[in-house]
Design a protein around this ligand. Structure first.
Ligand code: PMP
Length: 470
């Protein structure tokens, strides 16, 4: 195998200059006045004092977001990229890309140990990232935030620590049928291990969580309810706050999977009443490999470590080890320091916009896309819950989803095809696979028009799309 030449992956040169004020708040992460490529020799270390999320957001327009995303200015198969695979991962603003360069160019050090200046600076930046996540989620404080690889690891952490300690034979874990596999399989494994019962909460025909069935399934046996705040395949946004309040009446804990929610609307974990909240940085314009778990302070205090090693201890001897306080006892080993720096830059970028305006824009774009796609002959949208994020899962008569995605790819349009790691949700609609276009704040109605036009051409090709990929 040959190793690809990464220099060929250079960002396109024709990146427009942004009109959005630089809100990264991090010294060394250049804004408009600074050169596009950070001069690593002169890059400054991260300034945690300046890392608090912006308080005065600027007005939002999709163009003001697009100019910051270099990858949106490349071509794919000879066409400008139309990135409609945001539910799988979001594209990264230059503020995030440059933050990574600035960290490795000027500030790289391990954290939480070492008596030198750079260790201290890196630690302060890492902990500033924790404080920013806490602020972003409306958490009680930074101590409520555990850094993890992503939503999947957060859920597995809760299953392996809180779950193992609190579940046993005769206990129930309630999980709606629309959940992502990462909010099903860890509970299934835990149920097997503890002889608890995993109970699916059924859906209504349009893809909402059946609230009557949910109320009936809750009982004094229920120890945990695990729900997504937004479904990655149906887009459904369930009434999580009300469902949480109901679960609490039975003494159950509630884990909220926020993987698809955080990029689309503001979240307040205390207002939700969530005991646990999980998200992945890469679905929030940040790098892969970093995410966060929020746990309510009283619950977090009771959680035992799940991995042992450095960073999570107070003292170690062969006779006895004592552990660091939460959240550190749940973060064994060297953390993803640059990931946290990138996450901090992403949070600063996103919250530099008026988030209510972002949500309103996305809702409008979603309504436009639903109407436009609904008019494509043979196209059927899957899921019709009244409250939804901008996720459009669909089938096209006579075409298998993989063919649809491959056809669109020839036009530079990226959508996903397959089971979307939510097989029970698709099975509810009698499907094994579907295509999915998922939108973000930087998508436009022109891009939706291109999607629709390409799908119409596929239908007009009379099924030739099956044989001839242009
Ligand atoms: N939950 C939901 C709702 C998701 O959409 C995803 C990712 N598709 C996950 C969990 C898992 O996220 P990750 O792979 O980043 O851990």
């Amino acid at each position: 195998m040959t190793i690809p030449d990464v220099t060929s992956l250079r960002a396109p040169t024709a990146v427009p200059q942004t009109a959005v004020p630089d809100a990264s708040g991090i010294a060394g992460i250049p804004g408009d006045a600074a050169p596009r490529s950070p001069d690593l020799a002169t890059a400054q270390p991260v300034d945690p004092a300046a890392a608090a999320l912006p308080r005065q957001p600027v007005a939002f327009s999709p163009e003001s977001a697009r100019v910051d995303i270099p990858i949106l200015h490349r071509t794919v198969n000879g066409h400008p990229l139309v990135w409609l695979d945001n539910a799988a991962t979001t594209q990264k603003p230059r503020q995030v890309i440059e933050a990574l360069g600035a960290f490795y160019g000027a500030a790289n050090s391990n954290i939480h140990r070492g008596a030198h200046t750079m260790a201290r600076e890196a630690t302060e930046a890492y902990e500033a990232g924790r404080a920013a996540v806490a602020q972003f989620l409306g958490a009680e404080g930074p101590e409520s935030i555990v850094f993890v690889r992503g939503t999947t690891e957060a859920i597995n952490l809760v299953a392996q620590t809180w779950g193992r300690a609190n579940l046993g034979p005769g206990d129930d874990i309630l999980v709606p049928v629309l959940e992502h596999h990462s909010d099903i399989v860890p509970w299934q494994m835990l149920a097997k291990e503890t002889r608890a019962r995993l109970v699916p909460v059924p859906l209504t025909p349009d893809g909402q969580i059946d609230q009557d069935a949910y109320a009936d399934l809750l009982s004094s046996r229920t120890q945990l309810v695990a729900i997504s705040q937004a479904s990655n395949v149906l887009g459904t946004v369930p009434p999580v706050k009300e469902m949480t309040a109901l679960a609490h009446r039975y003494g159950a804990k509630v884990l909220v999977d926020g993987a698809q929610a955080v990029a689309h609307f503001p979240v307040d974990v205390q207002d939700l009443g969530a005991d646990f909240y999980a998200f992945s940085g890469h679905k929030l314009f940040a790098p892969t490999g970093i995410g966060a778990l929020y746990a309510r302070p009283e619950v977090l205090q009771e959680m035992a470590p799940w991995q042992g090693g450095g960073n999570m201890i107070e003292s170690v001897s062969f006779a006895e080890t004592t552990f660091a306080p939460a959240p550190h006892l749940l973060e064994a080993g060297t953390g993803h320091i640059s990931g946290v720096i990138g996450l901090l830059a992403a949070l600063n970028w996103l919250t530099s916009f008026d988030r209510e305006a972002v949500t309103a824009y996305e809702n409008g774009l979603m309504a436009y896309a639903q109407q436009a796609l609904g008019a494509v002959p043979g196209l059927e949208l899957i899921g019709a819950a009244p409250e939804r994020i901008a996720v459009l899962t669909f089938t096209l008569a006579g075409q298998d989803p993989a063919t649809v995605a491959a056809w669109l790819d020839q036009d530079g349009i990226a959508v996903r095809a397959g089971h979307h790691c939510a097989q029970p949700a698709l099975a509810h609609f009698g499907l094994e696979e579907a295509a999915r276009a998922s939108l973000a704040l930087y998508n436009t109605s022109e891009e939706v028009d291109q999607l629709v036009a390409s799908l119409r051409r596929l239908q007009e090709s009379g099924g030739e799309g099956q044989q001839t990929m242009r």
